[in-house]
Design a protein around this ligand. Structure first.
Ligand code: FCB
Length: 455
């Protein structure tokens, strides 16, 4: 009763083929922003906007992974990773988004894939992690339907080049966050504050996803194709449980979760009346035939989970959004980002997905999960966070949810979007002045966890 241990509780055994991985994204780590013919992306533009990013940070150099990927793959090998999720920079491959391919850009990913395979690590590329070619943004970005077709064509170029060695593919990263932060509120690139007028961005990304699935399968017949959706279970506060509060949670769930999962898994959008869009065609944005393209069968659903969301009925019912975001009533531990640490929210999310989609739910992969903690190597808080969430996955599995893999965010400290280099998510600390990488306590913990799960 009196023993207190700093070590997290032992974890249950996962199956031998459960995939242990780590995630990163191109703009957050690569640097080399103008090298080897790369075109500008919306992030290259946005970071130069006064006040857009904390401390005026940019991803120009970031972790200099473009030049140091060999060292980073060695770190992954030391961790014992089964798989590595990285993203491909669209403007490195197609500097203006379409048309002329930049062979040096493709060559970089070719070298990275070979280095990973050589280290026994399965490459798991994401085709779009928010760095849209600026030339396409100039033509409307994801507000334009044309961008979906461009994305399909870009997917074909990459799949044809890497498809002889890459089997598992992820199309988009977090279309919800890109729509809401990038086009709805303008706090991420491209920095457009269209509020609910940003809805077409959801549809065009999903259409692009469907076209990319087709392009990947054409080039790589045995490909496994996933999407990485950010999902958040929606919670009520015990002092806010009126019918209006329930309606608000339902509305939030539609916007954050169902808008992106329903069309993929059920072939139709949820009712968007609460968002001023009662027309199922969204005023002509959703065209005949699109639903079938979007619902192309998936081999897995990637889930990025960080925390639940608490909402209440809007204080101003005539406002634009049919909910207010609220604070949890419970005093959860907070990460450096001030995000509440709620591992059982992940079990709730996974079990909820299974209940909602039943047999239509493909195997699930946790494609991101992790936390920002203060600088330093002794990151016990991160170890607790990761252990809690891996335990939550074991719980969901024991309740019948088919979870096949876990990719932690992130391998390295990196450029955390509007927060610049202030928020540190890495198992490996990066000194951005010297580019020295130093594994943290969480690195050793994850390495030992992976090793202990080997048959
Ligand atoms: C996710 C992003 C990822 C990273 C983490 C902290 O929303 O996909 O790039 O910034 O948050």
């Amino acid at each position: 009763m009196t023993t207190r241990s700093a070590e997290p509780a032992p974890l249950p055994r996962f199956p031998a083929d459960f995939v242990w991985g780590a995630s990163t994204a191109a703009y957050q780590i690569e640097g080399a922003a103008e090298e080897d013919g790369k075109g500008p992306s919306i992030w290259d533009t946005f970071v130069r906007r006064e006040g857009a990013v904390r401390d005026g940070d940019t991803g120009d150099v970031a972790c200099d992974h473009y030049h140091r990927f060999g060292e980073d793959v060695a770190l992954m090998r030391a961790l014992g990773l089964d798989a590595y999720r990285f993203s491909i920079s669209w403007p490195r491959v197609l500097p203006t988004g379409a048309g002329k391919v930049e062979p040096r850009g493709l060559d970089f990913y070719d070298r990275l894939v070979d280095a990973l395979l050589e280290a026994g690590i399965e490459p798991t590329p994401t085709l779009f992690h928010w760095d849209l070619p600026q030339a396409l943004e100039d033509e409307g970005g994801w507000m334009s339907r044309e961008t979906a077709y461009r994305f399909g064509a870009y997917a074909a170029v990459v799949a044809e080049r890497l498809g002889d060695r890459v089997r598992r593919w992820i199309t988009l990263n977090e279309p919800f966050v890109h729509m809401s932060f990038g086009y709805g509120f303008g706090v991420h690139a491209p920095g457009r504050a269209l509020l609910l007028d940003a809805l077409p961005v959801a549809h065009h990304q999903l259409l692009g996803h469907g076209l990319a699935v087709d392009a990947i399968r054409t080039a790589v017949p045995d490909a496994q194709v996933l999407i990485a959706n950010n999902c958040s279970p929606v919670r009520l506060r015990s002092d806010a449980e009126s019918a209006a509060d329930h309606r608000a949670t339902e509305a939030y769930d539609i916007l954050h979760n169902r808008l992106f999962n329903d069309p993929l898994l059920l072939g139709s959008y949820p009712d968007l009346s609460a968002f001023g869009q009662p027309d199922p065609s969204w005023g002509g944005i959703v065209r005949e035939g699109d639903a079938a393209v979007i619902a192309a069968p998936l081999d897995g659903l990637g889930i990025n989970y960080y925390n639940p969301t608490w909402v209440t009925a809007p204080a101003d019912p005539s406002g634009v959004l049919p909910f207010d975001l609220a604070e949890p009533e419970q005093a959860y531990r907070r990460t450096a980002f001030d995000w509440p640490v709620v591992p059982d929210g992940l079990t709730e999310l996974l079990v909820g997905l299974r209940a909602r989609y039943g047999k239509a739910l493909p195997p699930v992969w946790i494609t991101e999960n992790g936390c920002s903690e203060p600088a330093g190597l002794d990151d016990r808080a991160r170890v607790d966070y990761l252990a809690g969430h891996v335990g939550a996955i074991a719980q969901a599995r024991s309740q019948g949810v088919d979870v096949r893999g876990y990719f932690t965010w992130s391998l390295l400290d990196n450029f955390e979007w509007a927060e610049g280099y202030r928020q540190r998510f890495g198992l490996v600390e990066v000194d951005f002045a010297t580019q020295v990488r130093t594994p943290r306590a969480s690195f050793a913990w994850y390495r030992d966890l992976i090793a202990s799960q080997r048959p």
